[in-house]
Design a protein around this ligand. Structure first.
Ligand code: MRU
Length: 349
């Protein structure tokens, strides 16, 4: 298992330590965060990224800011806490884990109106700790379920980074790879570089190599060819929000990989904890898709690669229709050929 913590809270100092993912793979440096403004910025700049890690960071951010509220009445605390939540919720729109974690934290405030502000502050830290702990457990269970779909010696293609550093531990799409390694099995990985911010090239290869896993980097436009050459047995990707009908938003380019997998008869798996499932969003068309600045495409990593003033469209995510998904893998189990009825059944609805 990869021994890297993407988000950590220091109780005594009331500070959040974040692995700065924008500096990888060349520098492994940690940011010390002590204001919600700097946490908001870290989320927007992708210094902390990946749906579950964003949720964990936001939960600690809310808890950290709450510690500093200099009020004594519940009403005043609640009012200021709402403002903290609204601010953090404005950082990124697509990954539902952000809103899921903030809602969970807010519920603590709502449910404990009879308690002192001092007690509430402690409970908020405990809840953020729990969100992180549960995420690690969910990721491990996702890995267990995903392993039932894979065989020793197989090669998996992944897109973006849904690994340990995008979660509390293990990752989602990469969880079965780490578990396989722990059990003496061999799974090989092809990592799409993932234009334009190169999460695959910079992060997925970094963490897999660090863990001693066989990984091969390809550019995004090579996925079709490696599938055609028979090099890929399965695709596993993470997700930022799964709608009630099983449509799944993930890093831009995922949809294309799903179409390619279908064409080549390769199973296409989406791995994510139930905190990434949004049953209030009926279909993928309702998922808000973040659009990011043109400069990420025209001047990626400091080099200008397009003419000044060129029109740019830069959606950060796309939606894979559920018809293209062989199975969704959550901590609760595997939903084959997902649809709304199967999704609701998993939640006991
Ligand atoms: O923009 P990013 O880097 O936050 O996008 C991340 C992804 O698309 C991941 O695949 C997803 O969040 C799952 S992380 C376990």
């Amino acid at each position: 298992m990869l021994q890297v913590e993407s988000v950590r809270y220091l109780k005594e100092e009331n500070q959040i330590i974040i692995l700065d993912q924008t500096l990888l793979p060349t520098k492994e440096e940690y940011l010390t965060i002590s204001t919600i403004e700097s946490l908001w910025e870290a989320i927007v700049k992708l210094q902390v990224r990946g749906a579950p890690a964003i949720g964990i960071a936001a939960a600690y951010g809310a808890a950290m800011a709450a510690q500093k509220l200099d009020v004594t009445s519940y009403e005043a605390f609640n009012q200021e806490y709402q403002a903290i939540t609204a601010y953090l919720a404005s950082s990124r729109p697509t990954a539902v884990n952000l809103f899921w974690a903030l809602n969970r934290m807010e519920q603590i405030v709502k449910d404990h109106s009879h308690q002192s502000v001092a007690q509430l502050k402690v409970q908020l830290i405990e809840e953020a700790d729990l969100i992180k702990k549960e995420d690690a457990q969910m990721c491990k269970q996702i890995g267990e379920h995903a392993l039932t779909l894979l065989e020793d010696g197989q090669t998996v293609l992944t897109h973006c980074n849904a690994g340990a550093i995008a979660t509390a531990q293990y990752g989602t799409a990469l969880a079965p790879i780490y578990l396989a390694k722990e059990r003496g099995m061999t799974l090989r990985v092809y990592a799409d570089e993932t234009r334009p911010l190169l999460q695959g090239a910079r992060l997925t290869t970094w963490e897999l190599m660090k863990a001693g896993i066989d990984v091969t980097l390809i550019t995004d436009n090579m996925a079709a060819m490696v599938m055609q050459q028979g090099k890929i047995d399965a695709v596993i990707v993470g997700c930022d929000r799964i709608a009630a009908n099983g449509d799944a938003a993930n890093k831009i380019g995922t949809y294309g990989v799903a179409v390619l997998a279908e064409k080549h008869g390769i199973p296409f798996y989406v791995a994510g904890p139930t905190s990434t499932i949004d049953m209030d969003t009926k279909t993928g068309s309702e998922i808000p898709i973040e659009e990011r600045e043109a400069i990420e495409i025209t001047n990626g990593f400091g080099k200008q690669t397009a003419p000044d003033g060129v029109k740019v469209y830069n959606p950060a995510f796309d939606v894979t229709p559920h018809e293209l998904i062989t199975a969704i893998i959550t901590e609760k189990g595997v939903i084959e050929r997902p649809d709304e009825a199967k999704m609701r059944a998993m939640f006991g609805e």
